[in-house]
Write a protein that binds this ligand. Sequence first.
Ligand code: PLP
Length: 453
Amino acid sequence: VDAAQVAAEVPADNHSAFVRAQAAIPGGVNSPVRAYGSVGGDPRFLARAAGPYVYDVAGREYVDLVCSWGPALLGHAHPEVVAAVQEAAARGLSFGAPTVAEVELAEEIRRRVPAAERVRLVSTGTEATMTAIRLARGVTGRSVIVKFAGNYHGHVDALLAEAGSGVATLAMPGTAGVTEASAAETLVLPYNDLAAVEQAFTERGTQIAAVIVEASPANMGVVPPQPGFNEGLRRITREHGALLILDEVLTGFRVGPSGWWGLENEQVRAEGGEGYTPDLFTFGKVVGGGMPVAALGGPAAIMDQLAPSGPVYQAGTLSGNPVAVASGLATLRLADESVYAHVDAVADTLATAVGHALDAEGVQHTVQRAGSLFSVFFGPFAAASGVRDYAQAQAQETFRYRAFFHAMLEAGVNLPPSVFEAWFVSAAHDDEALARIVEALPAGARAAAAATA
Ligand code: PLP
């Protein structure tokens, strides 16, 4: 790193950067979990990133297991993605008119997930889920939305109740500013509990517009669906005329070429099952490769209800932005089978190494996986039974993660600053990056073992 250049661009000292940030930005950050609220200390202000590494303002290098919270599937600043972005930027930053590249991105999504016959591009995952629920309400003429505790779908009013991610990290009971009227139209059910879903539909089936669910939840830590759960949601929603919205913002094009839906259906069909297809998919993160692109997709009969072909309004000055679309398209075109095989192998190695390191120090835990996503849950209950829902995720020994996180950071490994987030790996995590993480683990495990509540 050219230290002089970094110093010229940003304050060299991390603490002074955070102090300065707090005077200008609420909490010093533009998204809550970045603030290290649950692990303590100053967030690292980053100056640049390359491959599996990020560099803070003082030039310190960390192996990165955040990967921008998912988008950096190929690693940071992949040269071909950066070149595509630079070429697009040179042709103009934003037109507010349709482009062929947007069509190509929609077609690439449809090629991977054929049930997404029509795709609307938006800029964030939040917009994708917000639009999906508006569309579901428009199509069904009903108002109630069912979601699951510990699932996060962005900061949409109706979807913040008992949400995962930052809402879980900050242990917020709810969110000020969400009206009672809006909250009253959201039914929050325990995750992985089909009986609760059956009961809700028995009681209020004619009012429910949609069930929205993370394809495989990763915002309360990684808590995969029990076999048959997603299929059960499909069956129940169909029986009652409600839509099923599969939120693949985090899992889409990260856990496999066709997201969690592709992965799970492959397995279900291999076992002789029929598989399932939701009515609507939402995508984000990898679909923009680090730039603001997200999407929703589904059958033409539903998606064509969106304006201008239908009556459900949705729009965006920067929707389908040409620079962002160039990043997403380049990323998806490079994300071939070898990329998914690599991230799976990296996740295997790391998940095993984390388990061994914690076992060696007698730290009770479980490591849960969904494709290349994984996270650690601490405590005797998690170790004995695994974690199936939000109540169980919350009951873990979060203080152990705090200690583990800081020991790893000290050793040059950037983990998500919350136990309720997944660890993200990339195609750029090579043997050297892996070796550095593995070397750091014993210190992390010792810190976790010594931690007290
Ligand atoms: N849905 C899921 C499953 C997510 O993980 C997220 C973000 O973490 C969102 C929706 C919201 O996406 P965004 O942060 O781009 O608004």
